[in-house]
Write a protein that binds this ligand. Structure first.
Ligand code: PLP
Length: 361
């Protein structure tokens, strides 16, 4: 109806059409306020209500306990790579599990702020698996243990959380946020940029246990980089990204109205299976990740030939499938199949790949 392509982008990524339609309908005059949400004061009653509903809906969706704060902070997930160590390092010690490009970046950034050690890595096989995290040399005085729970570029997901030996677990959930139920109390901090699986780029959501929000930080810590600043001001110390918060709120409500995270998990499993089953049966394409660690959200695959990979990307693009080129560190193709990608899109992609394979025997 809108002539939209199936968009397999890793982020910013496809969004639910009913949400886009609702936003369209409210664009010029949000519910009789006489203006667009983009034009509103963040201090207005009408925006405060949008904000409060968004937070309440997210709390309901994820079952976030009362002793956790939900913060909406600008700077994307990347800002959190430095904000986390700046705020959580009481002893100046943290242990990182490095399983792909994003945890590696976070690890490198954190090293600026203290004694930061990599306690497990899968870099020896280009991050195509997850290391055994059941008995790691977590340090006695580690302030936290860090993971990227779904590696967007390398396509791995933790099926089981690491044994942190009682230390606080911090998880980057950017590319799996709201893709399945999450037991928030297993974590000290969950955070993620929203432009992968939720809404428009421009904010990250930080879910943090209240007792981890410290005031006794290095006095030189920039005010914007302190969790207590954001927590104390209801995420409105300065002008927040009102638009992104509004759109995220729409997505939260949409998910609540469509069965919540249990339903999303079932749908995502069914959807990913369509693609993985094909990859496993194909003689041309191979998934790059060891089976037991495969992500339901980001599916990298290769033909084994760079030229052929490029040909497939061009072929799928011409057929209406967008953004399938793999990240340069893995090569080949990558299909990001977040919550909002309909199963029909994955089925159609598989048909297209099958056709390509048949034509190139
Ligand atoms: C995209 C991504 C980031 C970086 O997000 P920005 O919002 O662009 O800073 C960090 N971690 C993961 C897992 C990602 O997928």
């Amino acid at each position: 109806m809108y002539n939209r392509s199936y968009n397999f982008s890793a982020g910013p990524a496809t969004m639910p059409v009913p949400v886009l339609e609702e936003i369209r309908d409210e664009m010029l005059n949000y519910r009789g306020s006489g203006m667009c949400v983009m034009e509103m004061s963040h201090r207005s009653k009408v925006f405060q209500q949008i904000f409060d509903e968004a937070e309440a809906d997210l709390r309901k969706l994820m079952g976030i306990p009362d002793n956790y704060k939900v913060l909406f902070i600008q700077g994307g997930a990347t800002l959190q790579f430095s904000m986390l160590p700046m705020n959580l390092m009481k002893n100046g010690v943290a242990d990182y599990i490095v399983t792909g490009a994003w945890s590696k970046k976070a690890f490198k950034e954190a090293q600026k702020f203290g004694d930061v050690k990599c306690v497990a890595s899968s870099e020896d096989k280009n991050f195509s698996y997850l290391p055994d995290c059941s008995d790691l040399p977590i340090r006695e005085n580690a302030d936290y243990v860090y993971i990227c729970e779904n590696e967007t570029i390398h396509g791995t997901t933790f099926q089981k959380l690491p044994n942190t030996k009682g230390k606080i677990l911090v998880s980057d959930q950017s590319s799996m946020f709201l893709s399945k139920p999450c037991n928030v109390s297993d974590y000290g901090v969950i955070y993620g940029g929203v432009q992968k699986n939720i809404g428009p780029a421009g904010i990250s959501i930080v879910i943090i246990r209240e007792d981890l929000i410290r005031e006794d930080l290095d006095p030189k810590t920039p005010v914007y980089m302190r969790y207590d600043t954001h927590a104390g001001a209801g995420s409105m110390y300065n002008t927040p990204n009102c638009w992104a918060i509004y759109v995220c709120g729409k997505v939260f409500r949409y998910l609540l109205n469509n069965g919540g995270l249990e339903a999303m998990a079932a749908y995502n499993e069914k959807k990913a299976k369509v693609l993985y089953d094909y990859l496993d049966s194909s003689k041309m394409f191979n998934g790059t990740v060891e089976k037991e660690f495969r992500s339901l959200m980001n599916v990298p695959f290769v033909t084994g030939s760079k030229d052929l990979d490029a040909e497939v990307v061009a072929y799928t693009k011409a057929a209406g499938f967008d953004n399938l080129k793999g990240h340069k560190s893995v090569g080949g193709l990558r299909a990001s199949i977040y919550n909002a990608m309909p199963i029909e899109g994955v089925e159609a992609l598989v048909e297209c790949l099958k056709k390509f394979e048949a034509e190139h025997k």
